[in-house]
Design a protein around this ligand. Structure first.
Ligand SMILES: C[S@@+](CC[C@H](N)C(=O)[O-])C[C@H]1O[C@@H](n2cnc3c(N)ncnc32)[C@H](O)[C@@H]1O
Ligand SMILES: [Zn+2]
Length: 169
């Protein structure tokens, strides 16, 4: 029997992270504006029973039917952690050829070898979690800091929110 492995993304390596659990560090430098990688994922529907910990959740405007999209990451991007001062930004669109999502991560600044790749998860208030990114501007929570989202933050999470996000609530 032939054993096949998930192809590894060039320039990235999964390690124990200082932020949380596993994370991904660079094995070569990346430059501001460069695409770090394209992700690979499996599409789920909102009604499917699955663990969304490792999924990109995208708003309905990206999908032909207008429904929110759940794309479970199945490559090293699965282990990218969140930071409130991220070094990449995730981009996505709908691929009409494959009827699925395309997602790719772009450097927000030059990234040296060994730095952990992060992006802003911008979670909705309902799924916000305590943040351990360690950035000077850490919001205290993994959360989208738009005023409408912060207004929906459950009471028990409000004490974790740090300035200036707290001022917006
Ligand atoms: C896609 S996983 C990232 C990989 C994760 N480190 C692991 O080992 O499974 C997303 C989860 O990792 C955790 N996580 C990611 N970034 C974090 C952060 N800045 N602070 C605290 N937990 C974080 C949260 O529990 C989040 O729901
Ligand atoms: Zn943070």
């Amino acid at each position: 029997m032939k054993i096949t492995r998930m192809p590894l993304l060039d320039g990235l390596r999964v390690v124990f992270s200082k932020i949380h659990g596993y994370g991904v560090v660079t094995t070569r430098p990346f430059s501001k504006g460069e695409i770090v990688c394209h992700g690979d994922g499996v599409l789920y529907k909102a009604e499917d029973d699955f663990d969304d910990t490792y999924a990109l959740i995208l708003p309905g405007e990206d999908s032909p039917a207008g429904d929110p999209l759940f794309w479970d990451l199945v490559c090293q991007t699965r282990w990218f952690n969140h930071s409130c001062d991220p070094n990449t930004e995730v981009h996505s669109d709908w691929d009409h050829e494959t009827n699925s999502i395309r997602a790719w991560w772009v450097c927000e600044r030059d990234i040296p070898i060994g730095e952990e790749i992060t992006y802003d998860y911008a979670f909705t208030a309902e799924v916000a979690e305590a943040c351990a990114c360690g950035a000077a501007n850490c919001r205290g929570l993994i959360i989208d800091e738009s005023p409408e989202n912060l207004a929906r933050l459950p009471e028990h999470l409000r004490p974790l929110l740090r300035q200036p996000a707290r001022a917006a609530s």
